[in-house]
Design a binder for this molecule. Structure first.
Ligand SMILES: NC(=O)c1ccc[n+]([C@@H]2O[C@H](COP(=O)([O-])OP(=O)(O)OC[C@H]3O[C@@H](n4cnc5c(N)ncnc54)[C@H](O)[C@@H]3O)[C@@H](O)[C@H]2O)c1
Length: 244
């Protein structure tokens, strides 16, 4: 048996229309999985779903009701759920002094609350399939982002901690892991100036940002039979930038 095959698996990918989400959809589909992309951007999600012969659903994942809807639709369409990829996230750049309560609610709602409530909605289905939860944290949750992203860093640290708590509570049926990317070539780093991005690249031992496909490869590994004895861990995908 191919230790990396995802044949006959069904995956939900939140934020599936974005850089890392779409790269993950392509790789999981290539390895044999059927994927449901959940995103607030329906048009983009549908276009990617067509390419990977999957399905798309419009959802605001900061709403627990929409998290429930996504899991329900997945089971209606594909009959089960094996893999929940909690990938959705935003990173508005604001200094601490410029950040408002509205910023807090929005960033925590999309990054952290969605991870909890999508997981909660998925657990009954994942128990049936001995499935997995894989969440996308960030180096910022390990080390704190250097550029105007304090609230974001907090949500990513929370994802790392909740991954451990879920792994303990849901063992042995459901494996729960995360990846913590460093800066990735994507819209999310678009708010950072080119000079700063160059500085960042120069300070990464591998001398460049990650490609979304490289983050997807780690997610696909954690989803695969090869990762059957891993739970509660966060895999750093950061070119050696932040060694923990
Ligand atoms: N890009 C990076 O440098 C980087 C680094 C570390 C971690 N990450 C994390 O990786 C994940 C994916 O990031 P990305 O770079 O692919 O971002 P992206 O902006 O390309 O994609 C995010 C997707 O989430 C969707 N989205 C936003 N709000 C939503 C909501 N309320 N409900 C549903 N969907 C919503 C967007 O439409 C978009 O398709 C995020 O959790 C991010 O924090 C990214």
């Amino acid at each position: 048996m191919d230790e990396f095959s995802l044949e006959n698996k069904v995956a939900v990918i939140t934020g599936g229309a974005g850089a890392i989400g779409s790269a993950t959809a392509h790789l999981l589909a290539k390895r044999g999985a059927r994927v449901l992309l959940a995103d607030v951007n329906r048009e983009a999600a549908e276009s990617i779903a067509r390419h990977v012969q999957g399905a798309a659903i419009e959802a605001d994942l900061s709403s627990p009701v929409d998290c429930q809807k996504v899991i329900r639709v997945c089971v209606e369409k594909f009959g089960k759920l094996d893999l929940l990829i909690n990938n959705v996230g935003i990173c508005p750049r604001r200094s601490i002094l410029d950040s408002s309560e509205e910023d807090w609610d929005k960033i925590v709602g999309i990054n952290q609350k969605s991870m909890f409530f999508c997981s909660q909605a998925a657990i009954p289905e994942l128990r049936k399939t001995k499935g997995r939860i894989i969440s996308v944290a960030s180096y910022a949750g390990r080390a704190g982002a250097a550029v105007d992203a304090c609230i974001y860093s907090g949500t990513k640290g929370a994802i790392i901690a909740m991954t451990k708590a879920m792994a303990r509570e849901l063992a042995p049926e459901i494996l729960v892991n995360a990846v913590a990317p460093g800066p990735v070539e994507s819209d999310l780093v678009r708010g950072v100036s080119p000079e700063r991005l160059q500085q960042i690249s120069a300070s990464i031992p591998l001398q460049r940002l990650a490609r979304p496909e490289e983050v997807a490869a780690s997610i696909a590994f954690l989803a695969s039979p090869a990762a059957s004895y891993l739970t509660g861990m966060t895999l750093d995908v950061n070119g050696g930038w932040c060694m923990t």
